[in-house]
Design a protein around this ligand. Structure first.
Ligand SMILES: [Zn+2]
Length: 92
């Protein structure tokens, strides 16, 4: 049986199923965006669908480090909104 690919969350640093994580990608064009399809090419970093993990990653500047690129406030705000929605959807 094939296992689901595992990726490390940049916040809590736990290995999780790829499909449980959100991917943030730096495109070859130098844009940083949230990759909802998982198919965007470029260098990616993964986060749990949990605001706490985003906060932890922000504190350690791990998104920037992993992507070797600054992550704009706009991207972070968009991520927060998306994570909020994801966690709301799960609890209801
Ligand atoms: Zn996490």
């Amino acid at each position: 049986m094939r296992k689901t690919p595992q990726r490390m969350c940049a916040g809590c640093r736990q290995m999780k199923d790829k499909k449980e994580l959100v991917r943030i990608v730096r495109t070859p064009e130098g844009e940083v965006l949230m990759d909802s399809t998982g198919k965007q090419s470029g260098r990616g970093v993964y986060l749990c669908r949990d605001l706490k993990c985003l906060e932890q990653a922000e504190k350690g500047r791990r998104l920037e480090k992993s992507l070797s690129h600054p992550v704009s406030v706009e991207v972070k705000e968009a991520l927060k909104e998306a994570l909020k929605e994801a966690s709301d959807g799960r609890s209801s």
